[in-house]
Each structure stands twice: as structure tokens, then as C-alpha cells.
Design a protein around this ligand. Structure first.
Ligand SMILES: NC(=O)c1ccc[n+]([C@@H]2O[C@H](COP(=O)([O-])OP(=O)(O)OC[C@H]3O[C@@H](n4cnc5c(N)ncnc54)[C@H](O)[C@@H]3O)[C@@H](O)[C@H]2O)c1
Length: 321
């Protein structure tokens, strides 16, 4: 990966979530511990607090956000604070508020204070049931059925608006379901992480989607790589800004269970779909990410086999210590 000379002081919002917990240390290693300020509405663990600067921050409080950015002389934001798909469906008003006004506050403060670059992630949840299930295209009409998807489409549009209207360098991509050892935060693809947790603990797992449900997924190291690659990409090469499709791997819940079973033969899964099946059924099975490949050189490193191998090894190691 190319090293950026432009990101000097970084603010991470939602740093205690599934992605923030892993992105923050990677950014600190790359840009310097004291140059990456983590923030969240929740309180951090002692370990996290000792690992670098942390600020308690509700993204809906624009005055506090502005203050933190000024005090630390922030020039770059990775905006991860959000309400995810499954949690969002339980309280749509809250999802709307946090996701829409969170993005709006970040963009507005970044414009006002003339920040260098802002990362606002989107999701495959921007797609709706009308989108072709295989290789969902990059530039199409987006008609999601979930409140989360609606806020993500709006976030993309707002981010692109700030780029074209005000010249704010906002970048974003449509992550698929992220698989990691860090715990997921209420998304529809959480079953793909939970299966590993249960398998390693020797427990039977009740999966909330059907065995034949296929969704696009990505392993955390690829997720972090995609964020950093996009943020370090040469602006002059980008034709898209806040709405890149990115692909990792695609598999059914049953295929993942079988992959885990190869390594933990006693692992068993029951399939009992709940409200999250309906959400999953509106999303594509795979993603066409050719524009990300062309514009900033994207390609995923992990497939289902290498991901499962590494996930089990890491979780076993934690369990045995
Ligand atoms: N995890 C995935 O599979 C996935 C997939 C696609 C896109 N994304 C996107 O990536 C980003 C990060 O997702 P994640 O999985 O880490 O989410 P998460 O739910 O695990 O973490 C979100 C964090 O935001 C914090 N937060 C919530 N409301 C807040 C507020 N008002 N002010 C400040 N912080 C607040 C929460 O405390 C939490 O720590 C989100 O924009 C999400 O939509 C995630």
C-alpha cells in the first residue's frame, strides 16, 4: 500500500464498534499512536483507553464534534458511528437520526473547518430486491427496503453532494457483511461471525437465516485494507467518491457451516429464520466491484477457506489463553 502524506491527525467515530476496534490500532500503527483520536458514545475498556487518545462523543452533538476536531487539529475523519440494519429495523427513528444527522454533522463540520479528507462507509444494504442478485452493478437506481439502507443511500448522496458542491474530499464504499473476531454490532450478517464463536466454544448454533441464504461477505483484514487503500488513493484517479462497490467473497450460511465443520467436526447448526431473513432476501448475493479495481486498485486477499482457517486459529488462541 502507498503511504499517504496528507492524513496527519485522524478522528475515528464509533471506534468501539466491530470495525472501529480493529481499524483504530491499524491506523495508529500506520500514522502514529497520538495522531489517531478514537471516539464513541460508549465508554471504552481500560485496555482500549490505555492504547491511545479517546474522547467521549455523541455524533449528534455538533458543538462537541467541532470542539474535538479543533482541539486535536484533526484533518481526517473515519466516520464509523452508526446504527446497523437489524438494530435499525427495531427502532427506525433512532437509525434515521444517528445515521442521517451523524453523516450530516460530520460533513458540515468538515466543510466548515476545511478538513482534508473524510471517510463515510456505506453498505450493500443500499441495494433493494429489484437489483440483480448476481454481481450487483455499481451505478444503478437504488431502492432499499430497510431504514438502514435508506440512510446509507442518503449518506452516499449527501457525501457526493459535499464533494461536488464544496470540494470536500469525501470517500466511501459499500462494505459487505464483515467477518471478524471483534463482535458484530447488530447487522443482518452477524450470523457469519456468531457461527465461529459457537463452534470454537463447542456449542450448537441457531442460525437466524435459511441455510441457502447467500450474501456477500468480507474478512476484517480486507475491510481495513479497503478503507486505507481508498483513503490513500490519488484523488485524480477517482471517478466515484462515496459509493464504491467492493467485493470480498460470497457463500451461503450452509456453506460457511460446512467450512467450519471441516475444522471442528462436532459443530452443528439449526436454521430458524427470523425477521432478519426478510432483510437478507432484499440484498444481492454478489457484487461487481470493477470500478473500485480500476480506480484505486482494489482486490480482496481472502476467500472462505483462508478466512475460516484464520478465524478459527485466532479464536482458539484467545480461548486457550
Ligand atoms: N459490520 C458490518 O458488517 C458492516 C457492513 C457494511 C457497512 N458497515 C458500516 O461500517 C460502519 C461501522 O460499522 P460497525 O460494524 O463497526 O458498527 P457497530 O454497530 O459495531 O459500531 C458502531 C459504533 O457506533 C457507536 N455509536 C452509535 N451511536 C452513536 C452516536 N450517536 N455517537 C457516537 N457513536 C455512536 C456505537 O457505540 C458503536 O460502537 C457503519 O457505518 C456501518 O454501517 C458495517
Amino acid at each position: 500500500m502507498m503511504t499517504s502524506v496528507r492524513m496527519k491527525k485522524i478522528l475515528v467515530t464509533g471506534a468501539l464498534g466491530q470495525i472501529g476496534l480493529e481499524l483504530t490500532p491499524v491506523l495508529r500503527k500506520r500514522y502514529g499512536k497520538d495522531n489517531v483520536i478514537a471516539s464513541d458514545i460508549r465508554s471504552p475498556s481500560k485496555n482500549f483507553l490505555n492504547s491511545g487518545p479517546f474522547e467521549s462523543l455523541n455524533i449528534l452533538n455538533r458543538t462537541d464534534l467541532e470542539e474535538v476536531i479543533k482541539v486535536y487539529d484533526i484533518d481526517t475523519v473515519f466516520h464509523l458511528a452508526a446504527i446497523l440494519s437489524a438494530t435499525g429495523e427495531k427502532n427506525p427513528q433512532n437509525a434515521l437520526e444517528v445515521n442521517l444527522f451523524g453523516v450530516y454533522n460530520i460533513l458540515e463540520v468538515s466543510r466548515k473547518l476545511n478538513l482534508t479528507r473524510v471517510f463515510v462507509p456505506s453498505s450493500i444494504a443500499v441495494f433493494g430486491p429489484e437489483t440483480s442478485k448476481i454481481n450487483a452493478p455499481q451505478d444503478i437506481s437504488l431502492r432499499p427496503r430497510t431504514i438502514y439502507g435508506i440512510t446509507k443511500v442518503t449518506g452516499e448522496l449527501l457525501s457526493n453532494y459535499y464533494y461536488y458542491k464544496f470540494g470536500l474530499d469525501v470517500r466511501g464504499l459499500r462494505w459487505p457483511g464483515i467477518i471478524s473476531t471483534s463482535p458484530p454490532g447488530g447487522g443482518t450478517t452477524d450470523y457469519a461471525v456468531e457461527m465461529f464463536y459457537y463452534a470454537v466454544e463447542g456449542k450448537r448454533y441457531k442460525c437466524f437465516v435459511r441455510e441457502d441464504t447467500v450474501l456477500p461477505m468480507m474478512y476484517m483484514p480486507d475491510c481495513l485494507k479497503s478503507a486505507i487503500m481508498l483513503m490513500e488513493a490519488d484523488l485524480s484517479r477517482l471517478k466515484h467518491h462515496a459509493d464504491f462497490n467492493v467485493g470480498g467473497m460470497s457463500f451461503s450460511a450452509g456453506e460457511l457451516a460446512a467450512e467450519i465443520k471441516k475444522r471442528i467436526p462436532s459443530f452443528e447448526v439449526d436454521y430458524e429464520p427470523d425477521f432478519r431473513q426478510e432483510i437478507a432476501d432484499t440484498w444481492p448475493k454478489s457484487i461487481d466491484d470493477s470500478d473500485a479495481r480500476i480506480e484505486w486498485g482494489w482486490s480482496a486477499s481472502y476467500n472462505i477457506t483462508s478466512m475460516a482457517e484464520e478465524m478459527i486459529n485466532k479464536l482458539m488462541k484467545v480461548r486457550n489463553t
